[in-house]
Design a protein. Structure first.
Length: 213
């Protein structure tokens, strides 16, 4: 997908009110999701007196489960087939605008109201599905979500670090600047390896070709 003006926001809605609701400072969703995750674990251990080991294990599993949800949503929803104007519009609102303007700091996360609704929805869903143990699981899921947002924000705003975390920058940049048909994991390339959607690294390919010649 071609990158347009990477330094501005573009425009999604004609209404200035709706347009303003598409933007947020990253601190708001991070506070909501990390706060919700920590509160859920604390409530699980105290108010609802869930076993400590069980709650901690479910919390960690919830964090890991988020990476799968992140991958699937990115691959099948954010990059859905746009075979109708309606689908194309939905895809652009939720993700296409980000590909057009990947350095727009204000559109790297959900606005506060939507963040709060999403947090409440997921926590409620996991409690409904699992009973009170779902509170710790949902808390871990929220922390996984927040960590993904933090990683995604850092990738688009800061230069890659000169350590092992630089691999995450490289992986996501492959998705944006080489081809958006792969590298759907953001916080981790794990599921791209599992599902076979790791894109070819053009730099590595050129090196391999040069070595053969």
């Amino acid at each position: 997908m071609a990158v347009k003006n990477i330094n501005d926001s573009g425009r999604i809605f004609k209404s200035p009110v709706l347009e303003a609701m598409t933007k947020t400072h990253i601190a708001f969703p991070l506070t909501i999701f990390y706060g919700t995750g920590a509160a859920a674990l604390l409530l699980s251990l105290t108010r609802f007196e869930q076993p400590v080991v069980t709650s901690l294990v479910l919390f960690v599993v919830g964090m890991f489960f988020f990476t799968l949800v992140e991958y699937l949503v990115h691959r099948y929803f954010y990059h859905m087939e746009t075979d109708s104007p309606r689908k194309a519009r939905i895809q652009y609102i939720f993700h296409g605008v980000h590909h057009d303007h990947p350095r727009d700091k204000k559109r790297l996360a959900l606005p506060p109201l939507m963040s709060a609704l999403v947090a409440a929805m997921f926590i409620g869903l996991y409690i409904l599905a699992m009973g009170m143990p779902g509170l710790a699981f949902g808390g871990g899921f929220m922390v996984g979500y927040a960590t993904y947002l933090l990683a995604h924000y850092a990738i688009h705003v800061y230069n890659p670090p000169k350590n092992f975390l630089g691999a995450i920058w490289k992986h996501h940049n492959l998705h944006h600047y080489v081809g958006d048909t792969g590298a759907f994991g953001v916080s981790s390339p794990f599921w791209d390896h599992i599902f076979g959607t790791m894109p070819e690294d053009p730099v590595a390919r050129r090196k391999a070709e040069a070595a053969k010649s």
